[in-house]
Design a protein around this ligand. Structure first.
Ligand SMILES: Cc1cc2nc3c(=O)[nH]c(=O)nc-3n(C[C@H](O)[C@H](O)[C@H](O)COP(=O)(O)OP(=O)(O)OC[C@H]3O[C@@H](n4cnc5c(N)ncnc54)[C@H](O)[C@@H]3O)c2cc1C
Length: 415
């Protein structure tokens, strides 16, 4: 957050466009609103009563109808009226920095965010030598360095963030086209960008308005398309981090059905399994998460990122069959305990890896993050989780960097 002791330099309310309504976009809008409100309070405290309050006009343009890679799918059983539910994007997040811990605190207080003290195991699937999967205790996540989930759904936090915004309009189902198209369409006007405004357009060529700042939070493969040939000064750095795919498999069982062998808890209750020697990476038991106990048995399985990336363009039915075969080996179901609900989703951009790590499945390696990419002259910022470590906490870090840069730039321009 900007230093609240700094003087306020901007004299008119800025218009800010955020491309992408994922967590980076929502955190950025939230922190921008807070920063401007803090500036205005500071003016009042300094009795600068003749200075007009600066209310930012923020617009988030989101091409889909929901909030980014936080995703929940559910299905209702017609007999029991109960739900199966799968968080098939991000499953949980960490809050390692004090600043992010403070940021999430209000939602922890309301119970919307809850720590997930999961029992974590290592699971080696059935193979020619073993008739049952081998399950070994690994760790229990604790409240120290906790993993958090959003309740009742993983999407609930995104919705709450969106609802709490005061000066931000969110326009769903609106794809912003490449900024170069703007340059070409308005070639004669570009040269006189004295007002520093950037006009954005949708796919139909309709104007979405002119903005003092444009912040792009799309995954980097999409960001590079948006900024290509636009004159964005940091273009080459956008493709430095690599993003890998992830297939998510969603499985559900009926209330009265026997559960597969590995889930019967005869020896050990577990919530999360790291799968060994498999194309599967992790298994998450949804109905055992905090505030999820009303659900019918629902399991989300993430495939390994390297395997998913290698098969990113494969036919979905083939992928689903391969994932199901691997899941059967891991969970050990028979004719009676075959899941009744089966679904699969492909994430083209799921995990950020450094170029040198692309051949491994280690996405958490200590790698240097590129940070947000800023073109001060055009007042364009390219941000997103991939500018950091590719997780939800990175979305917050990149949002704080963005807000600090806009604030600093306002001071320099006035100086
Ligand atoms: C399978 C999976 C598992 C994960 N597990 C974890 C985890 O356990 N812990 C964790 O912390 N993180 C996890 N993550 C990562 C986490 O989900 C992301 O870090 C976070 O959601 C990224 O948010 P974002 O806003 O940066 O990007 P996104 O959520 O991708 O948001 C960018 C948005 O931009 C929109 N967009 C793109 N182009 C345009 C355009 N031209 N016009 C308008 N809108 C556009 C997209 O539709 C998208 O909604 C996981 C992700 C996946 C997919």
């Amino acid at each position: 957050m900007p230093d609240s002791s700094l003087p306020l330099a901007q004299t008119s309310s800025p218009k800010i466009a955020i491309i992408g309504g994922g967590l980076t976009g929502l955190f950025t809008a939230t922190l921008l609103e807070r920063a401007f409100s803090q500036m205005n309070n500071q003016q009042i405290n300094h009795q600068q009563i003749n200075v007009k309050a600066l209310i930012p006009e923020i617009t988030i343009f989101e091409k889909s109808r929901s909030v980014g890679r936080l995703a929940t799918r559910y299905r209702t059983d017609s007999h029991t009226n109960k739900n199966w539910q799968w968080a098939f994007g991000a499953q949980f997040f960490t809050a390692k920095s004090t600043s992010f811990q403070q940021f999430i605190e209000p939602w922890i207080q309301t119970g919307l965010l809850q720590p997930w003290c999961a029992q974590v195991v290592s699971l080696t699937p059935i193979d020619a030598n073993n008739q049952t999967a081998d399950i070994q205790a690994r760790e229990q996540w604790s409240r120290v360095q906790a993993r958090y989930i959003s309740t009742p759904k993983m999407t609930s936090w995104g919705r709450a963030l969106a609802d709490e915004l005061q000066y931000t309009t969110i326009t769903f189902k609106t794809r912003v086209v490449a900024l170069a198209e703007y340059n070409q369409t308005l070639a004669n006007k570009v040269s006189k960008k004295t007002s520093q405004k950037t006009e954005l357009f949708n796919e139909d060529g309709n104007s979405l308005g002119s903005f003092d700042w444009v912040i792009c939070t799309a995954p980097n493969a999409q960001a590079v398309e948006l900024m290509a040939n636009s004159g964005f000064s940091e273009l080459a750095k956008i493709t430095e981090p690599q993003m890998q795919a992830c297939y998510s498999l969603m499985l559900g069982w009926d209330d009265k059905q026997p559960l597969p062998e590995s889930l019967k808890y005869q020896e050990m209750v577990w919530d999360v399994a790291y799968v060994q020697d498999s194309i599967l990476d992790r298994i998450f038991i949804e109905q055992q998460k905090p505030a999820h106990d009303e659900l019918l048995p629902s399991i989300t399985i993430h495939a390994r990122n390297d395997w998913s990336e290698q098969h990113v363009d494969a036919d979905m039915d083939t992928i689903k069959a391969q994932l199901l075969a691997a899941a059967k080996q891991a969970l050990g179901w028979n004719a009676d305990s075959t899941p009744s609900q089966i679904d699969c989703h492909r994430w083209r951009y799921a995990a950020t890896v450094k170029a040198s790590n692309t051949d491994s499945n280690n996405t958490d390696a200590n790698k240097e993050a590129v940070g947000i990419l800023v073109d001060n002259e055009q007042q364009w910022i390219v941000s997103g989780d991939w500018c950091g470590q590719g997780n939800i906490e990175s979305c917050y870090q990149m949002a704080t960097q963005t807000v600090a840069r806009i604030y600093a730039h306002s001071l320099i321009s006035a100086g």
